[in-house]
Design a protein around this ligand. Structure first.
Ligand SMILES: NC(=O)C1=CN([C@@H]2O[C@H](COP(=O)(O)OP(=O)(O)OC[C@H]3O[C@@H](n4cnc5c(N)ncnc54)[C@H](O)[C@@H]3O)[C@@H](O)[C@H]2O)C=CC1
Ligand SMILES: CC(=O)C(=O)O
Ligand SMILES: [Mg+2]
Length: 605
């Protein structure tokens, strides 16, 4: 971790910096301006030469503390906070943990990202789901200083100049939301900015994107949340959401502004309500290097989980064609999963000549089972609507309840992306005991924790100890009291979006194609060993997220090259990329990942 390779990397970075900034100094700021810039600030770790030459003498206590010592000191204070808040309400504890991390983020980014990367399993639930949901809900009260950029409906016509207010010369990754569907918490308006911030923290931690080159963006087009409109602390526009062409003209203007300044950036759309998630994806995906994480990232992760569930039954992968899968939630995520799963089926069918296609999916929304009899059938859900006649389960009609569907279909997999906490209740989970699978899979993928379709403990208790379980937000493994443990997987798009963005960036892809997304999902699916699958492990531990992201990123680069979408990145031309072997591509990706170490801020004399 603290090895020589990092030091060498650090020096290379310093030299790169110094070629951009002329003169004997690497940083142009002086004195307190440096201490107040979280990118350059080293707190008590500034060496004496830097204190002398950067006007810091006397502005810091005299003793120079090492990075390692600062790290230990932070971790000690974090652990004391955990100990001292043991009896407090969980939300109070979560927010206290978020605050201490956020303060460090605001003060010293290098130390912040180091503690985040080295303790990602502990800290992801604080900076990402579930705590990020709580932070968004309380954003008005928690707000101290801005992070990222805010483009509002009032900025129409100004965005191309506003984008130059962002201080970094280069931006590689933008995560954009309009706050209209934040996790399963609904319309949180401008308070949804916490989501792009949390996602980009995961980009830094998992994909090694340089934090100076990330940009969280809130498009504030109003909110339809009446509570927020009346809340004095609300910081967004107090107006109903723009609709139709007015709405699209704001998103268009932002996209044009962002790509006119940073033509090689990658933009991730996050937590848009369904209609705009689909519409903007179709509108921009052939024009810009962008993707929608909820639709496409989630779909890849779910597909990897579904294939893992096949393997967990001891079946070959093409048995996926015979799996009965019930998806609860027909929104951007649920429909994205179904459409990707259907494409995977079609690909498999091409290789299995004697298997005929049949509809193996059942889709439910808030009105129950979706069938062709539905009066106002959503065109996006129509391909998955059940009909009548051969291949249909008798007695299941339009609007059938989840319990009826599970009892009659006896699915191999029950997958929730409904945003409704607890709808996999005791009866539904008990009905999964009659599944046709020897090892049924239950995926409660909605976030945050309180919106999960069931808890891990309930899933194992009611559906049986042999199930494979995954949830969108983390739960602890479940002890059965007989020495055995039910493994809890986290089925979250965090296993793919960082690699998709990284691979798109490092290939210099013009767009993000279906092939690149499939490569990402395929890489995740094959990451887990047979031995792990046997133990109910279908997703990697979050502790290895940098490793998995390196491989996903490389798979995406290779797919972009194969489809002739890669235009190259930095010194690496498209031709050179095409000449790299698989191992060399992994190496190329790994070498381009940023890692937090203090860089020298002055040249040696
Ligand atoms: N684990 C992960 O990686 C991801 C999880 N999600 C989670 O999935 C959830 C849904 O996200 P979106 O699809 O974007 O939302 P959405 O609002 O587009 O869709 C929600 C869907 O659930 C349905 N629904 C509502 N109540 C229901 C009920 N009682 N029974 C059955 N269906 C019901 C709605 O009719 C709608 O079709 C959210 O909680 C989100 O946090 C989303 C993306 C990734
Ligand atoms: C994980 C995620 O993207 C969501 O819940 O929306
Ligand atoms: Mg999301």
């Amino acid at each position: 971790m603290w090895g020589l390779a990092r030091v060498a990397w650090n020096l290379r970075q310093a030299r790169r910096f110094s070629s951009v900034i002329s003169g004997p100094y690497i940083v142009q700021k002086r004195g307190t301006d440096i201490l107040h810039d979280p990118w350059f600030n080293k707190d008590t770790a500034f060496p004496l030469t830097e204190r002398d030459r950067l006007g810091l003498r006397g502005l810091l206590p005299p003793r120079v503390i090492s990075f390692e010592r600062q790290y230990d000191r932070f971790m000690d204070s974090y652990r004391s906070l955990e100990n001292n808040t043991r009896n407090e309400h969980p939300n109070v504890v979560s927010l206290a943990k978020w605050r201490i991390l956020n303060r460090l983020h605001d003060r010293n980014e290098t130390l912040y990202y180091r503690v985040l990367i080295d303790n990602i399993k502990d800290f992801a639930p604080v900076i990402y789901t579930p705590t990020v949901g709580l932070v968004c809900q309380n954003y008005g009260g928690l707000f101290r200083r801005p992070r990222g950029m805010y483009f509002s409906a009032k900025d129409k016509g100004e965005m191309k100049s506003m984008i130059y207010n962002w201080p970094s010369k280069q931006v590689d990754l933008i995560v954009l939301t309009d706050g209209s569907r934040i996790l399963g918490l609904g319309d949180l308006g401008v308070q949804g900015i916490g989501i792009p911030i949390g996602k980009l923290d995961m980009y830094v931690a998992a994909a090694g994107i340089n934090p100076q080159r990330i940009l969280p963006v809130m498009l504030d087009v109003g909110t339809n949340n009446p509570k927020l409109l009346e809340d004095n602390l609300y910081l967004g526009l107090r107006q109903p959401r723009l609709e139709g062409d007015e709405y699209l003209s704001i998103v268009d203007e932002f996209m044009e502004a962002a790509f006119s300044r940073w033509p090689k950036a990658v933009v991730q759309f996050e937590d848009f309500q369904m209609k705009w998630a689909f519409e903007t994806l179709q509108r921009y995906r052939k024009r810009f290097c962008m993707f929608n994480d909820d639709v496409q990232g989630t779909a890849g992760v779910a597909l990897a989980g579904l294939l893992g569930a096949v393997r967990a039954q001891g079946r070959p992968l093409d048995d996926f064609l015979h799996q009965k899968i019930v998806v609860v939630g027909a929104g951007s995520a649920g429909l994205g999963v179904l459409s990707t799963a259907k494409h995977a089926v079609l690909r498999m069918l091409r290789n299995c000549k004697n298997v005929t296609a049949h509809n193996q999916f059942w889709l439910l929304d808030k009105n129950g089972l979706v069938t062709k009899d539905r009066a106002d059938l959503d065109p996006a859900a129509a391909p998955f609507a059940r009909g009548s006649g051969p291949g249909e389960v008798e007695g299941l009609s339009e609007g059938a309840s989840l319990l009826e569907v599970v009892k009659k279909v006896k699915p191999h997999v029950l997958l929730g992306l409904s945003g409704v906490g607890g709808i996999f209740d005791e009866q539904v989970l008990k009905a999964m005991r009659e599944s046709d699978s020897p090892r049924p899979a239950i995926f409660a993928m909605s976030n945050p924790t309180m919106n999960a379709e069931c808890t891990a403990a309930d899933a194992f208790k009611y559906a049986g100890e042999n199930i494979v379980f995954a949830s969108g937000s983390p739960f602890d493994d479940v002890e059965f009291g007989n020495g055995q443990v039910g493994h809890v997987n986290q089925a979250n798009n965090m296993y793919l979006f960082p690699g998709i963005g990284l691979g798109a960036l490092l290939s210099g892809a013009r767009i993000i194609s279906d092939g690149m997304l499939q490569a990402a999902a395929g890489c995740l699916a094959s990451y887990i060993t047979d031995d792990e699958i046997e133990r109910g492990i279908i997703f990697p531990s979050i502790s290895s997220i940098r490793h998995i992201t390196t491989h996903v990123g490389a798979a995406v680069v290779q797919a972009a090259v194969a489809e002739e979408l890669a235009e190259g990145h930095g010194d690496m031309s498209s031709k050179e990329l095409a000449d790299l072997s698989k191992e060399e591509t992994v190496d190329y990706v790994a070498k381009n990942m940023w890692y937090p170490v203090y860089s020298p801020l002055v040249h040696e004399k």
